[in-house]
Design a binder for this molecule. Structure first.
Ligand SMILES: *Cc1c(COP(=O)(O)O)cnc(C)c1O
Length: 236
């Protein structure tokens, strides 16, 4: 009974988030199909994640390799895509490449080099995003804006990596509108790099926007919104 109720709540929350995404896109004149939802399932047990998949979540975002490995293996019969959105250490690159279709958080040449090496071993072209520390907060990961182009040029030479765009996390604001300038700065950087037409670099994706600010991010051009709490509820 409880199980049933919980899965109904999850279903409602998910469809509510999808509606909000659609509305935000339409409100700013964008095609809703250009915004995809990454349902962030970190810390959620595999049964909850399975419910979300059954309710229509088709991209799942995870932050921790060990935790993700157990869930991905348990749910391998579902045709969903897994994205890594946590901080990745080079010594875990091997697992990340095996498990994830897209890695959102590449911010160093060292990490990219290791991902390339591991991807080559299993004959895979690993899709990645470059994480940019737009707000320059010392506590945040990500390459600084002024170093992003150089890093992207260097990574573009790796044969088993395909750069698909940029990712950022702005500071937290009580008023989500205040995150707008950070999102628009990421978009401007994306456009700028796209104009350079670097070989092997595709700048179509902008991964930005979470539960508190995704509508603002969509207005500023997000193509991937990473939403956890609004779908799964508060994390412990
Ligand atoms: C946890 C997390 C999210 C989801 O955050 P919510 O506020 O729960 O939507 C998005 N992006 C990253 C990188 C995260 O770590």
């Amino acid at each position: 009974m409880l199980q049933n109720m919980e899965s109904e709540v999850l279903k409602k929350r998910l469809s509510n988030v999808k509606e909000r995404i659609k509305k935000a896109a339409i409100d700013c004149g964008r095609d809703p199909d250009t915004v995809r939802l990454v349902a962030v399932s970190k810390t959620m047990p595999k049964d909850r994640v399975r419910e979300a998949i059954k309710a229509g979540a088709d991209i799942l975002g995870e932050n921790y390799i060990q935790e993700a490995r157990d869930k991905i293996n348990a749910l391998s019969s579902y045709p969903v895509s897994w994205h890594f959105i946590g901080h990745l250490q080079s010594n875990k690159a091997k697992y990340a490449v095996k498990l994830f279709d897209m890695i959102h958080t590449v911010d160093s040449l060292k990490l990219a080099k290791e991902l390339n090496k591991q991807a080559k071993k299993i004959n895979k072209i690993q899709k990645i995003l470059i994480q940019v520390n737009i707000s320059m907060e010392s506590t945040k990961s990500g390459v600084h804006e002024e170093d992003a182009q150089k890093l992207i040029k260097e990574i573009s030479l790796f044969e088993n990596i395909l750069i698909k765009g940029l990712m950022t996390m702005p500071p937290f604001f009580n008023n989500p509108e205040e995150a707008g300038p950070y999102f628009s700065a990421l978009r401007a950087l994306r456009d700028n790099i796209r104009d350079k037409a670097i070989k092997n670099v595709n700048m179509q994706e902008l991964s930005m926007g979470m539960t508190g600010d995704f509508e603002v991010a969509i207005k500023e051009g997000a193509t991937l919104v990473r939403i956890g709490t609004a779908i799964f509820g508060e994390r412990n």
